[in-house]
Structure formats: C-alpha cells, structure tokens
Design a protein around this ligand. Structure first.
Ligand SMILES: Cc1ncc(COP(=O)(O)O)c(C=O)c1O
Length: 412
C-alpha cells in the first residue's frame, strides 16, 4: 500500500463536510487537542451565554427563576440531549453528576424489579459505575449483589436473579463499543432492565435508546457535549416507566409541586421526579451552549468522521511507529470502537507528557494506556497526521526519558 502523505491528509480535510464546525470553537493556537473525549473544547458561544446569565442574576436577582425560566432549564436542555440519544422530549433531564444519576437509576431499577437481587456489569466498566453499585449494595445490607463478568460472558450471566444490566456503551479505556440493542434485548429476555452509561458515546455518534428498547441511561455533559469542566450530567427514563419509577433521592425539586412546601413527598408526574435539588443555572447555560451546536449537525456525519479519524490514526501509527513498544488495545476495526484509539506502552505516562509538551494533548489511563480521542466537530485529519509524527519522534529519540515527564500529576 502507498504510504499516507500529509498532502493526501490535507485533501481529506478539504472534502470534510464537518470541516466548517471547527470555527465554532475557541481552540488555542498551536495545540492539537485529542482529549475532547475527556473534556470537550470551549464553544465560542459559551462565554457570552454564561455572562448573560450572570448579568440576569445581578439585575433580576431571585426574579430570574421565573423571568428567565431557570427552573425549566433541566428539562429544556434535557430535551436537546434527548435528540442526541434517540429519546422523546420529556424522557431526559439534566441533573447532578453521572455518578449520582447512576445511584438514582440503579436504586429505582432495583425497586422496579423487586425479588431480583443482582446488578450485573462488566469487570472493565468505568470505576465510578462499579463503586456506586457497590455502595448501593452496602446500603441495602448486602441483600443486593454486584456481579461483574468479562464482556463476552454477559449474555450467559443474565439469569433469573438479575435485576438490572448496567453497562457503559463505549469503554473509557479501550474504546470497545457494545451492541446496545442486542444486550438490551438479552436483558429483557431474562426479565432484567437495561441501564446504559453513554458518557463516551453521546455527541460522537447517533444513538437510538428508544429503538433499542433501553429502560434507563445516564451520561456526562463535559465530554463530547462540550459543557465545560464539571458540567452537569443527564439521565434518561423510558416513558413506559415514568409512572412507576420511585426516586430514592426524593428531593424537593422532584416533588409534584415544590413550592407548595408540603412535608410529605409526592413525585412529579414526569421525568422531573428524578430531579433532587436546585438546578446549577450557570453550568446549565454552558451545557446548553455546548449541546445547542448539535442542532446544526447530522450525527451520521459525526460518526462517519469519527471512524475516518480513528482509522487514519491506526494506519499512520502502523506506518510511522513500527517496532516494539506500542500495542493497540482498541479494536482494530474502527466500526467496533467509540471515538478514541488507545495503545499500551510501559512508558505510557511519560510519552503522553512528552506529547503534551509538544502541544499534542491526549491522556493516560492507568496502568499503561495512552488514549487519543477524536471529537469530530473540531479535530482535523491533519491533526491526526501531525500527532502521529510527534509520537514517532518522541519514540525514536526516547524524549520521554526526561525526568520531568515522569512526575505524576494528580489528574492524568
Ligand atoms: C463512563 C463514565 N462514567 C462516569 C464517569 C464519571 O462521571 P461524573 O464524574 O460526572 O460522575 C466518567 C468520567 O470520566 C466516565 O468516563
């Protein structure tokens, strides 16, 4: 096969139907950002949007809740997210963090499936998903078991004890993507509910929660949705469960009429019952700006570009970074993968630091994984090319041996 040249890669950008989206973001010059799967870039509209809410707050004080309908924003932004995940308006609400939303929905799933006593998940799930399940099990005096198996063993592990199958659609470390429809159907055939964590897929591909028959889902706002550091998360509950789902965190914002100040809890009729406390209005404004951009893009094009960038990265690493060292831990086929590619290397941490030093930002996931994310709205094909050339040089010169690249920061 002919080697891939930078010229050829430039022509891929020239033909990219999403090429114009990059200008919607305030990316710093000289930086190749391959970490939008962890913290999305800053949309140009966000600073003014947040500033406006700050001004509204200063001028209107508490009147802002009604005048600007701040109270309705969790639902309004949730409706925007609903389109991205294949849900109906009114099935998604923005609230809390992904971890807290997992707790809320796992507790509700156990309540909906009384008599069953197992939360089934994957051994390699994101830690917080498993930690939350473990904490819930302890709270319930270990009457509930958290059972984890390897991905391939999931269908066989779906026995009559399983209350809920809890999985992350795209694995944070390897990028491996589950077949959501098939596993949801398998869970249902076993009488269990299906709860999906969409943190690494929403905003990077079209999703079809309702078409797949998914019961419950959660996901974060700060990755591909570009909501900013610590952006609020969202949760999805299929309409068929709305009347029956009982929140364990029964806070006043989930009450049917919060401003009646009734002391007895009565859940709101719809998805609002999954709210707990007062919405974070400034953060919601930033998330709204991030999610709003997707109103203007076709998610099928987003997925096609994600696959193209991931495939290009794999081919270029093979072409430029031969020799022992890097081991692909993501699927070889980008179609089976989310919008990231990961390699293992014993010096993974130091290599990532050396790349960052050259303006190529990826990240490291313990114990030895270098992770490169491709946010299709702003990563170009030439970024992928230039990143791999930088990687080649760092590997060839062992630039990563410098002691300063081995100092571990708190956040990796
Ligand atoms: C798959 C997955 N789930 C959950 C989380 C944690 O989300 P939060 O910090 O909002 O609780 C992350 C964070 O990276 C994640 O990757």
């Amino acid at each position: 096969m002919q080697p891939i040249t930078r010229l050829a890669v430039e022509s891929m950008d020239a033909r990219d139907p999403l090429g114009g989206c990059r200008q919607w973001f305030a990316l710093p010059p000289g930086v190749i950002y391959l970490d939008g799967n962890s913290l999305g870039a800053l949309p140009n509209t966000t600073p003014a949007r947040v500033a406006r809410v700050v001004e509204d707050w200063g001028r209107d004080l508490i009147g802002g809740w009604n005048r600007h309908d701040w109270i309705g924003w969790p639902r309004r932004v949730g409706d925007r997210v609903a389109r991205l995940v294949g849900a109906q308006p009114g099935e998604v609400i923005v609230a809390d963090s992904t971890s807290v939303n997992l707790f809320k929905l796992l507790a509700a799933a156990l309540d909906l499936t009384r008599g069953r006593r197992v939360i089934l998940s994957e051994a390699d799930n994101f830690p917080t998903d498993l930690h939350i399940a473990q904490g819930l099990s302890r709270l319930l005096a270990d009457t509930v078991e958290v059972r984890t198996v390897e991905a391939a063993a999931l269908p066989a592990a779906l026995d009559g004890d399983v209350a809920v199958l809890m999985l992350t659609h795209v694995n944070y470390r390897t990028g491996v993507m589950h077949d959501m429809a098939a596993l949801t159907a398998a869970a249902h055939a076993a009488g269990a509910l299906a709860l999906w964590d969409l943190s690494h897929s929403a905003g990077a591909m079209p999703l079809a929660l309702n078409e797949a028959g998914v019961d419950l889902a959660v996901g974060g706002g700060y990755k591909f949705l570009n909501g900013g550091p610590g952006a609020p998360a969202y949760l999805f509950v299929a309409k068929r469960w709305h009347g029956r789902i009982q929140p364990a965190l029964s806070g006043w914002m989930g009450h049917a009429r919060p401003f009646d100040f009734a002391t007895a809890y009565e859940p709101a009729a719809g998805i609002e019952r999954l709210l707990v406390g007062t919405p974070p209005v400034l953060s919601l404004a930033a998330l709204d700006a991030g999610v709003e951009m997707f109103d203007r893009v076709d998610l099928r094009l987003v997925r096609a570009k994600s696959i193209a960038l991931g495939g290009l990265f794999r081919r270029l690493v093979e072409q430029e970074c031969r020799g022992p060292g890097l081991r692909l831990v993501s699927p070889a086929d980008p179609e089976r993968c989310g919008s990231q590619v990961s390699y293992a290397h014993p010096d993974g941490y130091a290599i990532v630091q050396a790349l960052i030093d050259r303006g190529v930002i990826g990240d490291f996931r313990a114990p030895d994984v270098l992770r490169f994310g491709f946010a299709p709205l702003y990563v170009r094909h030439v970024d992928v090319f230039d990143a791999v050339i930088a990687l080649r040089e760092i590997l060839a010169t062992r630039a990563y041996d410098a002691p300063r690249f081995r100092l571990r920061a708190l956040v990796t």
